[in-house]
Design a protein around this ligand. Structure first.
Ligand code: PGA
Length: 256
């Protein structure tokens, strides 16, 4: 089974809605139909820019998918400041990042919260991008597999292949995020291959083969081709470099 590459831009807490409109328009000018055939392109702007970006995508007929960076797990209710999966789905959002390390580290998203969010995203008919990864200390202590395996199992526990099988996983070593220090192609491929093996054990060969697993952490136009040459790496979750439409477009066109 061939898995279509997915290049996802995680804009984090950047861009006003006006800047976001310009960013997605610039990205659209730089890509052509052959790129979209080859690579699925996704942008994840902040909540306040989702509607504006969605309007540009629709008006300009851009085959760019829209994603959100987080959500709450409840449908509605007294949760001041939160956004529900249904609200996102109604805006044309098709992907939601859950478990990003910045949320795990700074906003208390523990494994239990991540598991609930993941189920809520699936329940609203969207695709979760489950982000996970180890710290530098954990890598140095050689407990990577224990950590990322634990994060994967905690998030997927009790889900079957039919319900959970469409998800995307993003392996993002924390020491590589926003640091300019990328995992080597081999380090990234090894971790991604390990995660695919766990999916195979839980959900069988077909689901393991069809699940897209991305790499994230200081991915840039200079290192994208090497990472993407690894058979198990199906795309990128790109932060800093995705804020520059030239760089992001160059990464989407890594195959040229
Ligand atoms: P980075 O961020 O590309 O800026 O390292 C990646 C991410 O956090 O998803």
């Amino acid at each position: 089974m061939t898995r279509k590459d997915l290049m996802a831009g995680n804009w984090k807490m950047n861009t006003s809605h006006l800047e976001a409109i310009q960013m997605v328009q610039k990205l659209g000018y730089r890509l052509d139909p052959a790129d979209y055939d080859r690579v699925e392109v996704l942008v994840c702007p902040p909540f306040t820019a989702l509607r504006s970006v969605q309007t540009v995508i629709e008006t300009d007929y851009l085959p760019i998918a829209l994603g959100a960076q987080n959500c709450h797990w409840e449908e509605a209710g007294a949760y001041t400041g939160e956004i529900s999966p249904t609200m996102l789905a109604k805006l044309g959002v098709s992907y939601v990042i859950v478990g990003h390390s910045e949320r795990r580290q700074m906003f208390g998203d523990d494994d239990g919260a991540v598991a609930k969010k993941l189920r809520a995203v699936l329940g609203a008919g969207m695709t979760p991008i489950l982000a996970l990864g180890e710290t530098l200390d954990q890598r140095e202590a050689a407990v990577i597999e224990e950590i990322i395996g634990g994060q994967l199992h905690a998030a997927l526990d009790g889900l079957d292949a039919e319900t959970g099988g469409g998800l995307v996983v993003a392996y993002e070593p924390i020491w590589a995020i926003g640091t300019g220090r990328t995992a080597s192609d081999e380090q990234a491929a090894e971790a991604v291959g390990f995660l695919r093996g766990l999916i195979r054990e839980s959900w069988g060969e077909a689901t393991a083969d069809s699940t897209r697993i991305l790499y994230g952490g200081s991915m840039n136009p200079g290192n994208v081709a090497g990472l993407m040459a690894k058979r198990d790496i199906d795309g990128g979750l790109i932060g800093g470099a995705a804020l520059d439409p030239d760089k992001f477009a160059a990464m989407i066109r890594y195959y040229k």
